[in-house]
Design a binder for this molecule. Structure first.
Ligand SMILES: [Zn+2]
Length: 178
């Protein structure tokens, strides 16, 4: 998650799964086996949600890849993007409102959760280092990302936007990939 800064990897998955898949759980599957597949997610959300194969998703005409992870398009998501273990969710309705580097940073942040787990700062760092390496995140773009997350308030669990930004600037400048 980007704006709420809450990556409810376990809680949200379990909550949705309990709603979606009572049959599976009643069959005695363990909760960690019951993460929804992208197909199940699309089936649950319905509407114009859509499942894209790995590498099919584009932002402003640029193909986005996150290893072999598929992308679900969900314009009703309450955030710009999200990640489940195994797939990403992107919300074009909100993504349309931000610049290209910010869009790509959001995708890369959610991709970071795929490879680095639920920690927000680690996902932020993954995203900016990937952007630097791949050439789509210049210092100006990083400033746009900082402005984008600036309004996010910190709480006991999450750093405020300015703290996240400070950390991302360090990661961006750090030649060691984290
Ligand atoms: Zn996140």
């Amino acid at each position: 998650m980007i704006t709420r800064q809450v990556f409810l990897w376990v809680g949200f998955v379990v909550a949705v799964v309990l709603t979606l898949l009572p049959a599976v759980l009643l069959d005695g599957a363990r909760a960690e086996d019951a993460t929804p597949t992208p197909e199940e997610y699309v089936g649950h959300v319905g509407g114009d949600s859509q499942l894209l194969q790995p590498g099919e998703f584009e932002l402003d005409g640029r193909r986005q890849s996150c290893g072999q992870r598929p992308v679900v398009i969900d314009n009703k998501l309450d955030d710009y993007g999200a990640a489940y273990p195994g797939f990403l969710i992107m919300n074009p309705r909100l993504l349309d409102k931000v610049s290209t580097p910010v869009k790509q940073w959001i995708f890369a942040h959610e991709c970071g959760h795929q490879f680095r787990g639920p920690d927000e700062e680690t996902a932020d760092c993954f995203a900016v280092q990937r952007g630097r390496r791949q050439g789509w995140l210049l210092p100006e773009g990083l400033e746009e990302v900082c402005n984008f997350i600036a309004p996010a308030k910190g709480d006991s669990m999450h750093f405020s936007g300015s703290h996240r930004c400070e950390y991302m600037r360090k990661c961006y400048a750090d030649p060691t990939v984290r």
